[in-house]
Design a protein around this ligand. Structure first.
Ligand code: HEC
Ligand code: HEC
Length: 302
């Protein structure tokens, strides 16, 4: 906030408080000897308005409110850039509360961290804790139910870009993941771009209409430009973050025009690292919850 706006806000608040005080002061009943129940002289449909003074307790309440606001604005932030003499901030309060909660839960966190993610699948309480961490930290990107959306992977299915073992999941959450697919539009030109698209469609498990006459050229293009990341047989490569192109899971949209668009323009999907945000105990719990999303049924049949 600039000094100008800070000063502007302080001036408005000061004028308001002084204005309220002045209003109260000048409108308090001047004629002390006036008769009770004098009317203002206004009549509405035969109803007259008394001109009685405000009750005393009412008036005092106003004064107290004004005094309170002045004290409050001295102690707490509220006046433009002035931080208040107590130095209170929302962040500090939040951090203190988190620290207290973490301390309280520490023994529980340690107990769960000592268990494997597979074993935690039988600890409903641990999964509940994982779920609430997920709801706080992950749902903005992966959706409340973990099903994701375009650009954000579904965490409930069996398809993993980076692998679905407990270690892979913990790694994804801790270190984050950056999937970079370069844009191919310029390198390939329109003709090869279409060819490689139709080759990918021809290899996909979903039956689609594709242009048979382009497939051969597309295959050559694929082997030249794509197989280093997506593997020779299109099955993908978790180490590169390059997804399987044979299945019907399309992170960046599965319509023909969207697939073509992804190949033409490339994509950068960014999963931020959470080691600083959550710490290892919470990552362990949220990973256990994520693991349960795709392993729940197995668990029930046990
Ligand atoms: C800012 C958005 C964002 C947030 C917040 C986020 N993620 Fe992600 N996450 C992504 C994106 C985007 C990817 C895909 C990265 C890629 O394709 O390279 C991803 C990938 C993943 C993967 C790997 C999926 C796979 O198929 O291998 C896991 C596991 C995951 N996220 C779990 C989580 C958990 C748990 C949280 C909360 C602690 C979380 N994410 C928070 C955006 C986010
Ligand atoms: C440098 C490695 C690399 C090369 C080379 C590469 N890709 Fe990719 N590709 C990726 C990565 C990584 C992603 C996933 C991006 C993300 O979401 O994190 C991806 C995603 C895609 C997707 C989207 C998949 C989905 O689920 O939505 C398509 C389609 C695709 N690539 C096709 C191709 C084609 C065709 C070529 C060759 C012309 C190619 N890629 C070359 C790394 C590569």
């Amino acid at each position: 906030m600039s000094d100008f706006w800070s000063g502007y806000i302080i001036a408005i608040i000061a004028i308001n408080i002084i204005g309220c005080a002045a209003l109260l002061f000048f409108t308090r009943r001047k004629k002390s000897g006036a008769e009770e129940n004098e009317t203002t002289g206004h009549v509405y449909d035969g109803i007259e308005e008394y001109d009685n003074p405000l009750p005393r307790w009412w008036l005092w309440m106003f004064y107290i409110t004004i005094i309170f606001s002045v004290i409050y604005l001295i102690l707490y932030p509220g006046l433009g850039k002035f931080e208040g003499v107590l130095g209170w901030t929302q962040t500090k309060q939040y951090e203190e509360e988190v620290a207290t909660a973490d301390e309280k839960y520490l023994p529980l966190f340690e107990q769960y961290s000592a268990m494997s993610i597979e074993d935690l699948q039988n600890e409903p309480e641990a999964l509940d804790m994982g779920q609430s961490i997920f709801a706080n930290t992950c749902f903005g990107c992966h959706g409340a139910d973990g099903r994701g959306g375009i650009g954000f992977p579904n965490l409930t299915d069996d398809e993993w870009i980076y692998g679905g073992t407990p270690d892979d999941i913990v790694y994804s959450i801790t270190e984050g993941r950056q999937g970079a697919m370069p844009p191919w539009g310029e390198t390939l030109g329109e003709e090869k771009l279409s060819a490689v698209l139709h080759y990918v469609l021809s290899e996909n498990e979903v039956e689609r209409t594709y242009r048979e006459e382009l497939v051969e050229e597309g295959r050559t293009t694929y082997q030249t430009y794509c197989k280093a990341c997506h593997a020779e047989d299109l099955s993908g490569n978790p180490a590169m973050g390059a997804p399987n192109l044979k299945d019907d899971v399309w992170l960046h949209g599965g319509s023909i025009s969207m697939i073509k668009n992804t190949i033409r323009n490339g994509v950068n999907a960014n999963m931020p690292p959470h080691d600083k945000i959550l710490g290892k105990h919470k990552i362990h719990l949220v990973a256990a919850y994520v693991y349960s999303l795709s392993h729940g049924d197995e668990e029930q049949s046990n």
